[in-house]
Design a protein. Structure first.
Ligand code: FO1
Length: 320
């Protein structure tokens, strides 16, 4: 079975670990969000690609959900001693090596997709990890500080400001001119199932869908009978993790499992899983033309996550 998953960072990576356990023989292609990418200290950092790669490759800091296991911060401390920041972004020594290799390869002319493949040769994530695009796309968030409107990089909004101010708009800068990375559209066209994990619907899945051609390819696959199933990142009217409610508000979507399903719409997703606490939303989601089931959706451990993935695949079979 060929499965395509559109993934952000921590939520997407943890879901993929469960999916691999649930479907050990499946050929899984992950289309990773690169809108969170940031250039720091002259290096290209790809948080979501790295989070998927480290999580599936056994190198993730489990507690944080991002960055490397067994990490130290000597380089960051030395940079700070020179007064070179930002100090608010925690790049560790082991992680630095990944960004150095990536930046060196990009500088030598390799596209991000080839660089990602080379990095994965070390980590062996057991999935084909593709960036959504080889082109630079950077998510910016419009905010108001002391009466002044400004746009900040997504990481500044998320990590430095901890989404403490309202997001007025979320803009994937460069998306309109970007192209899907090699292999992305073919993987979608050839997929037996497309899954939207419980990743952030705006800054993760939304950014991937903003790359021209990707949304259309999924809509076309769905129209020709490929089941597309999503899992709600909102449980009981609050994000399972992170601050998804802040960016959902920026696009005028309520933080409910039902509202996120309707935001994607029946053209895109044919099936939707909500948590059992949101069972009351099932009828409304179904009324919008999306087959809906209520099942436990907390990724407490790999076994619970694998059970979620099995439910998603079972719903996909029902839609076939
Ligand atoms: N998240 C934080 O909350 N604080 C950090 O200092 C931080 C550093 C960081 C470094 C590398 C990396 O791959 C991820 C990192 N993240 C950090 C996670 C990241 O900011 C976001 O969670 C994702 O971009 C959202 O998917």
């Amino acid at each position: 079975m060929r499965i395509v998953v559109l993934a952000g960072g921590i939520g997407g990576a943890r879901f993929l670990r469960g999916l691999k356990q649930a479907a050990p023989d499946a050929e899984i292609t992950v289309v990773g969000n690169t809108g969170d990418d940031i250039h720091l200290f002259g290096l290209k950092v790809c948080p979501d690609l790295d989070t998927v790669m480290y999580t599936l490759g056994g190198g993730i800091n489990e507690e944080q959900g991002w960055g490397r296991l067994d990490e130290s911060f000597t380089v960051k401390e030395e940079l700070a001693a020179y007064g070179v920041g930002p100090e608010w972004f925690g790049l560790g020594d082991r992680d630095f090596a990944t960004h150095i290799v990536r930046t060196q390869m990009l500088g030598a002319g390799f596209p991000l997709s080839a660089v990602t493949e080379a990095l994965c040769a070390r980590w062996q994530p057991g999935v084909r990890l593709l960036p959504m695009s080889d082109d630079r796309v950077e998510t910016h968030v419009a905010i108001e500080v002391d009466g002044e409107q400004k746009a900040v990089h997504f990481q500044e909004y998320w990590v430095k400001l901890r989404a403490s101010v309202d997001a007025k708009a979320v803009v994937p800068v460069g998306a309109e001119a970007s192209k899907p990375a090699p292999g992305v559209l073919d993987a979608i066209a050839e997929a037996d199932v497309v899954l939207f994990p419980p990743s952030n619907p705006v800054v993760s899945v939304g950014t991937i869908l903003a790359v021209p051609g990707i949304r259309d390819a999924i809509v076309a696959a769905a129209a020709s009978g490929t089941p597309v199933v999503g899992l709600s990142p909102i449980v009981g009217d609050a994000p399972v993790r992170g601050m998804a409610d802040k960016v959902l508000a920026a696009v005028g979507v309520e933080s409910t499992a039902k509202a996120v399903a309707l935001h994607y719409g029946s053209e895109l997703v044919g099936g939707w899983l909500v948590d059992t606490v949101d069972a009351g939303a099932v009828a409304d989601v179904e009324a919008a033309g999306i087959r809906c089931r209520a099942v436990p959706l907390m990724m407490t451990d790999v076994e619970a996550t694998a059970a979620m993935a099995r439910e998603a695949l079972a719903l996909a079979e029902e839609l076939r």
